[in-house]
Every structure is written in C-alpha cells, then in structure tokens.
Ligand binder design. Structure first.
Ligand SMILES: Nc1ncnc2c1ncn2[C@@H]1O[C@H](COP(=O)(O)OP(=O)(O)OP(=O)(O)O)[C@@H](O)[C@H]1O
Ligand SMILES: [Mg+2]
Length: 268
C-alpha cells in the first residue's frame, strides 16, 4: 500500500489535519472514528466509503457545523470550532442556492456577507468564477431556470470565488445523470489543474474517487475509520486497464471484511 500521508512535522504544508476525531450524535450513535487524516495544501483527496460510514459527518465536522466533536481538527494549524468562510461546502442537493437571487447575485452574496470583498471587487470576482464554470451567459438567470448540473456548477463557482483554505465536496455529482457527471468531473479537474485549490471530495463511486482524487482514503463501515490510503494514477495512465485494476483493488479492499464475514457464516 502506498503511504502518502504527510508527516506531523510539515504542518506549514497542511490545509487540514484530524487527530483522533470521533463524533457521537445526541442519540448515542457513534458515527465516526477515531479518525486521523491530513490534507496538504493544493491536494485533491477523495474520501471513499460505504453508505452510513460517516463521510458526511466527517465533512460537517471539518466544516465546523458539528458540536461537540471529540479529538482535534486543525485548519492551517488553528483549531476548528465553528463554521467559517475559509471552508466552503458543496453539497449533493441542487437546492443550495438562494432562489430569489440570480447566479451572479448568489456568488456576490457569499463574498459580501462573509466580508471577503465588497462592491465592484465582489462583482468582478463573481463574474470571473461564473465564467470559469462556463455559465457566463446565465449570470442573470435565477436558479429555478437552471438544470441540476448547472446549479452544481454555480455552487462550485461560489465555493471557489471565496478562495477557501479547503473546498469540502459531499457527493456533489451523485444526483446527476452519468454523462453530465463525467463532464463535471472533467471540468472540476480542469479547474483544479488551473488553480490547485485544496479539496476533500466525498463519494461512494470507486471510479469517481480514482478519477478525481490524487490521493484516495478508504473508510471502513460504520463508524468510519481510515482503513487504507492509496495514491491515484498519474493522469496520463488513468484511462483503461490501469484504472480498472486500481478500481478492482479498491473494491476488494473495501469489501474484504464483508467477504470474510460471509465466509464465517458458511462455516457455521
Ligand atoms: N444528525 C444526526 N443525528 C443522529 N445520527 C446521525 C445524524 N447524522 C448522521 N447520523 C448517523 O451517523 C452515521 C453516519 O452518517 P453520515 O451521514 O455521516 O454517513 P455517510 O457516510 O455520509 O452516508 P451516505 O453515503 O449514505 O451519505 C449514520 O449511522 C447516521 O444514521
Ligand atoms: Mg453522506
């Protein structure tokens, strides 16, 4: 297995680090952990795990939305205790935009409400981000007139315009049709190539995790713990056989426990 985790000493390189993080909800459900993981600045990390293993819980914890969380979450060395514009989320749902504001206004609102930018600077930044996701023509449209994929692009544009320390993406393409989904993955990679923002990308699609992530973390079933981590393929080798082999290997790693359990049943 490839060990690609940054060491504890190069904290200047770290966007986010989690140490011994667990989350138990009010109803007594332990949803996550203990988790240790780090994301370097400019890194694109895919987080892959079965449904209910705590992926969304982990992202919300990094977002600062969950209190209390046991253990330690640091953003650029500082402890995370509340939400902040330094961490932007892109959710799976298409309804993350304010319906009474246009595309342009939605992005401007995030910039001004957070105090990031004001006036012309905010408008200019928003226009730029919207153009990057190829929606310049729709800047004055309202969200209800856009397709699901277009709305997700607006949410991504808004997240990127804020220039957060980390972009947290929770299955952002899961509700899209297969063709649009593939296109969105390509576009996201293109954006990442251009600006190297830091991303923690949750998915339960193995091919998607392999395609978009430069490093892939595998979580065990509920409560999720990091079970393995691998480097993805260099982009030029990511098509065809090599990708399939890696996907197969990840599949086997993710489901190894289940197979063992099944076999034990057989022996009973
Ligand atoms: N607000 C909550 N209160 C109580 N339990 C919760 C809450 N949110 C999530 N859980 C529980 O925590 C566990 C992890 O949930 P979470 O949503 O983080 O999983 P997930 O990996 O994102 O799943 P999926 O792939 O289906 O989105 C589940 O058992 C879930 O029932
Ligand atoms: Mg989830």
């Amino acid at each position: 297995m490839t060990e690609a985790a940054p060491s504890d000493t190069d904290t200047a390189e770290l966007a986010v680090s989690l140490r011994d993080v667990t989350k138990t909800y009010d109803n007594g459900v332990m949803a996550l952990g203990p988790i240790d993981l780090s994301v370097r600045r400019g890194e694109f990390v895919s987080l892959l795990g079965p449904s209910g293993c705590g992926k969304s819980t982990l992202l919300k914890a990094v977002g600062g939305y969950l209190e209390p969380v046991e253990g330690e979450i640091r953003l650029k060395g500082e402890r995370v205790e509340r939400p902040g514009p330094d961490r932007m989320m892109v959710f799976q749902e298409f309804d993350q935009l304010l319906p009474w504001k246009t595309v342009q206004e939605n992005v401007v609102f995030a910039l001004t409400a957070s105090g990031r930018l004001t006036g012309k600077a905010a408008a200019e930044k928003a226009r730029e981000a919207i153009a990057r996701v190829k929606l310049a023509k729709f800047a004055d449209s309202f969200p209800h007139t856009l397709s699901g994929g277009m709305k997700q692009r607006v949410a991504i544009a808004r997240g990127m315009a804020m220039e957060p320390d980390i972009l947290l993406m929770d299955e952002p393409f899961a509700a899209l049709d297969a063709l649009t989904r593939r296109k969105m993955q390509d576009e996201l990679l293109q954006l990442w190539d251009d600006t190297r923002f830091t991303v923690l990308f949750v998915t339960h699609s193995i091919p998607e995790a392999v395609k978009v992530g430069s490093r892939i973390l595998l979580l065990s079933p509920h409560p999720g713990q990091v079970k393995a981590e691998l480097n993805s393929l260099p982009r030029e080798r990511a098509d065809g056989e090599a990708a399939h082999a890696l996907e197969e290997r990840i599949h086997n790693m993710l489901f190894a426990d289940e197979v063992e359990e099944d076999e034990e049943h057989h022996h009973e």
